[in-house]
Design a protein around this ligand. Structure first.
Ligand SMILES: Cc1ncc(COP(=O)(O)O)c(C=O)c1O
Length: 381
């Protein structure tokens, strides 16, 4: 099997599953319970928070455990909008966001917020000047995806954060779900107030994430109830999932420097080789994140390519996983100026630390033969 769909999700590390099992069995108490079992679970949760904070380079109290990237983005964006709506109702994002941000902004538009969707250039990137030009006295939030999940385009997050230093009342949120462990980002140096990550993108389990909430930033909670997560997210904590995610984060951080280089090599080698296949074009820009390569074979339906490769036990995506069931052209590629034909025929390869050059070679061989045979079928029609 060749698994090149790591931006959709990654296979959990065995150690992660072991941690999950051990914690589930041995620390099953509710962290809010007063007896020793509860206290032990609470201590473990606190330790996990400390380790997560040190791995992310932030304070322990700035770590809020969530159910993943979607919740992190919703909590950051709606939580800020609701908290500060008395001060202003203008919010800014880009037009290449993940659905969990895009749909959240759309929902807020319906609630009377004014949204500026920044347009990207042909590399899928916005500029600091565009952000500056969009700011008004009413602006309360800027939310930007760090690494685009379809193309690997990297937004100038640190520069945008630098600009926003002059506007301390504007909250800056970054969706770092595809960046973590792949494209380093320093939260404090980038003046980030809120930052979402998701455990299953770095070999943790689905349903666990972290929202970094900078000390002093207040969010209107979306889930109310108990006082867990310092009141910003009620609900009994998923202690085993958290411990497993922190394990995955540590393992990823230990390996990232070397692995980033290796993924980048595989990525650019694949770009070169895929371009040699007649009819294949590359949509990802250069430079880009090391783990994503977006291609199109105009004229051939991408889902047919995905299924044909699956017969060779090679797994890839069309667009992003959550958008792949919709046949419309990719909004990200359209925003970059690609034709509808090209934006409707995109496939995404996405890598992780354990992918190898041998897998890349086997992929190119299978891909070339799949494209050639599908082209024959199309030409006959
Ligand atoms: C950029 C980005 N943001 C947010 C998410 C949502 O994360 P989750 O699957 O943990 O809800 C994803 C998942 O694909 C993503 O790629």
């Amino acid at each position: 099997m060749i698994y090149f769909d790591n931006s959709a999700t990654t296979r959990p590390y065995k150690e992660v599953i072991d941690t999950y099992t051990k914690v589930s069995l041995e620390f099953f108490g509710n962290p809010s319970s007063l007896h020793p079992l509860g206290k032990a679970a609470e201590r473990l949760l606190q330790q996990a928070r400390e380790v997560a904070a040190s791995l992310l380079g932030v304070k322990t109290k700035e770590v809020v455990f969530t159910s993943g990237g979607t919740e992190g983005n919703n909590l950051a964006i709606k939580g800020t909008a609701m908290q500060h709506r008395g001060r202003g109702k203008h919010i800014i994002t880009t037009n290449v966001e993940h659905a969990s941000t895009k749909e959240t902004f759309r929902q807020l538009e319906g609630e009377g917020f004014e949204v500026t969707y920044l347009e990207v250039d042909s590399d899928g990137v916005v500029s600091v000047d565009q952000v500056k030009a969009a700011l008004t006295k009413e602006t309360i939030l800027v939310s930007v995806i760090h690494v685009n999940n379809e193309t690997g385009s990297i937004q100038p997050v640190t520069e945008i954060g630098g600009l926003l230093r002059q506007y301390p009342k504007i909250v800056f949120h970054v969706d770092h779900v595809q960046g973590i462990g792949k494209v380093p980002l320093h939260f404090a140096a980038s003046n980030i107030d809120l930052c979402s990550i998701s455990g299953h993108k770095f070999h943790g389990l689905k349903g666990n994430g972290i929202l970094y909430v900078r000390d002093g930033i207040r969010l209107y909670p979306l889930l109310t109830g108990g006082s867990q997560e310092r009141g910003s997210r009620a609900g009994t904590e998923n202690v085993a999932g958290v411990a497993a995610m922190v394990k995955a984060l540590r393992m990823s951080k230990e390996r990232s420097a070397q692995a980033i280089k290796k993924m980048a090599e595989i990525n650019s080698w694949l770009e070169r080789k895929c371009l040699e296949i007649p009819g294949v074009v590359v949509n990802s820009p250069n430079p880009r994140a090391p783990h994503i390569l977006n291609l199109s074979v105009p004229g051939i339906k991408p889902e047919v390519i995905v299924q044909a490769l699956a017969e060779h036990e090679i797994y890839i995506s069309t667009k992003s996983a959550c958008a792949s069931k919709h046949a419309e052209p990719s909004h990200v590629l359209l925003s970059m100026g690609f034709s509808s034909d090209r934006a409707s025929s995109a496939i995404r390869l996405s890598f992780t630390y354990d992918n190898t050059m041998e897998e890349a070679e086997a992929f190119v061989e299978a891909f070339a033969s799949v494209v050639a045979s599908l082209k024959k079928v199309v030409n006959k029609q």
